[in-house]
Design a binder for this molecule. Structure first.
Ligand code: MV4
Length: 516
């Protein structure tokens, strides 16, 4: 058993909001923080916030945030004890976890073996079968030929889903409704898997129709103690990108919740899990649940779990990595109220969510009771074209789901961003949708119920609002860092001093939500 090893300095091998999130916990714990950054990130928020910061390469992440040797060397040179990988980048790369081990650094996450096993979806299925975790009927190992695949699919019963062993995120996935379509789907799935992952192994599962995506948060220490922190409902996605998450899920009965929680703990036990992890399930209309995959990292949507449990998950990760025992047993983990998270991206819902990075001319985030904003950028910053276009995560807490939704609508209305198009109007439309409010939705929600034309019609004011906000930003307010575009020099003074326009604008803002 590993002994206790105090962590005094952590290098955060990430950028944006998650790097900031990690540094906040470090600061509260008296731990020194080290940022790494690419050339264009030189003045980024995560760099400004860190105690020390080091450049690790040019813009492309393949030459900076993904370069294992350079990050490890930086950590060794500055005397860091540990590395936190955040999410994305190197967070689920077994070679990175191994490189930390090899150089005597603490990797804040699981062992390389665990990451490898869960990264290979067929290996994961084999382990879950052994641990009696429910799975969709299907093959355990990869399927080598069309003949074998046809035979298996007949056994499973159509529709079936062909999935890449090295996959996740839907790459290489093909639904097959009847046997005549199998061979071409099999070939194209294998081709896509090979080009995406350099690994053409695929396996077959029964296709679960209109499932809900429900995932359980688990925490495990180095001594075999494992608890779950309840579930998150993540069914509101588009193209395998989560947009809105909440906790708890409206559909779980207490019995199913208990069963899924226990299955998640067994899933974690089967791969000797250490740290924070997520066990993803599909839930069908009859409340049957099926293991989908396990994520071996801190997830984007962890704030909703923090809201309902009161647990600082990053602090917990750090304590676990130091070798401390979990301070709770399962009965100590209580749920309180309801939380929702909206991801705010610099993407335009009206042009099929085209990423639209640029300068944040205005960023006025909502606040007040029950509102949290995790942003990786501030007003005047650039939403970089080189990385994920997420601006922030807006999360709310309410004593009930209804309260969390009203608070989210209020917060979305308060949120004032100019300079880039955002997904705020899309989030508002979802919050106001009767199916979302009733809790009756599946992973098909965005596909089936989001229509940009309808949004323009019904939510016209939100489109207008963003346009006006942009105009207002340019006319009335110089961004707080003092940078102004040349065209508004001189204008801001005269309009502001008259006072008429800003007041009219704020009145319009206040009233606009009543028109809907
Ligand atoms: C499934 C499924 C239905 N049946 N597996 C999507 C990404 C990858 N992680 C697995 N995915 C799915 N696996 C079976 N047996 C439907 C999906 C799926 C999905 C799952 C969760 C959230 C959104 C989704 C959107 C499309 C398909």
């Amino acid at each position: 058993m590993s002994a206790l090893r105090k962590i005094r300095k952590i290098l955060i091998a990430n950028r944006g909001e998650i790097a900031v999130r990690i540094m906040r916990s470090c600061s509260e714990m008296g731990i020194q923080t080290v940022a790494v950054f690419s050339e264009p990130d030189r003045a980024a928020l995560h760099v400004r916030m860190a105690d020390e910061a080091y450049e690790i390469g040019p813009a492309p992440s393949s030459e900076s945030y993904l370069v294992i040797d350079r990050i490890i060397q930086t950590a060794l040179d500055c005397g860091a004890d540990a590395i936190h990988p955040g999410y994305g980048f190197l967070s689920e790369n077994p070679a990175f976890s191994q490189a930390c081990l090899d150089s005597g650094l603490i990797f804040i996450g699981p062992d390389p073996e665990t990451i490898s096993q869960m990264g290979d979806k067929t290996a994961a299925r084999a382990m879950m079968q052994k641990a009696n975790v429910p799975m969709a009927p299907g093959t355990i190992g990869p399927v080598a030929s069309i003949e074998e695949g046809l035979e298996e699919s007949e056994q499973i019963g159509y529709p079936v889903l062909i999935k890449a062993a090295a996959g996740g995120g839907g790459k290489g996935m093909r639904i097959v409704y009847k046997k005549d379509d199998f061979s071409s789907a099999f070939e194209s799935s294998r081709g896509e898997a090979l080009s995406a992952f350099g690994d053409d192994r695929v396996f077959i599962e029964k296709y679960i129709v209109e499932p809900r995506h429900i995932e359980f948060q688990i925490m495990a220490d180095k001594y075999g103690n494992i608890v779950h922190l309840f579930e998150r409902e993540c069914s509101i996605q588009r193209r395998h990108q989560k947009v809105i998450e909440e906790a708890p899920s409206v559909v779980l009965t207490e019995d199913v919740r208990t069963e899924m929680g226990e299955a998640s703990i067994e899933a974690a036990r089967s791969c000797s899990y250490v740290g924070a992890g997520t066990v993803e399930f599909l839930l069908d209309a009859d409340h049957n649940f099926y293991f989908m995959e396990m994520n071996t990292r801190l997830q984007v949507e962890h704030p909703v779990t923090e809201w309902i449990t009161g647990i600082d998950m990053v602090a917990a990760q750090i304590r676990i990595a130091e070798g401390q025992k979990l301070p709770w047993s399962q009965d100590d983990i209580l749920r309180n109220g309801h939380s929702i998270e909206c991801r705010v991206y610099a993407e335009d819902p009206l042009t099929d969510f085209l990423p639209n990075p640029g300068k944040l001319l205005r960023h006025r985030a909502p606040d007040g009771f029950g509102v949290r904003v995790d942003a990786g950028v501030e007003e005047g910053d650039e939403v970089s074209i080189h990385y994920d276009p997420m601006i922030s995560k807006l999360s709310t807490w309410g004593s009930s789901r209804t309260e969390a939704i009203s608070r989210m609508i209020r917060a979305l209305n308060e949120y004032d961003i100019a300079g880039v198009p955002t997904t705020i109007s899309f989030c508002r439309m979802t919050m106001e949708h009767h199916l979302f409010q009733s809790g009756n939705f599946s992973t098909h929600f965005v596909n089936d119920h989001f229509n940009p034309d309808e949004m323009v019609e019904k939510q016209f004011s939100s489109v207008l609002e963003e346009a006006l906000s942009h105009v207002a930003a340019v006319m009335f307010d110089a961004p707080s860092n003092g940078q102004t575009s040349s065209s508004n020099n001189g204008t801001a003074e005269s309009v502001d001093s008259s006072g008429v326009m800003p007041q009219a604008f704020s009145l319009w803002r206040k009233n606009r939500s009543r028109k809907r």
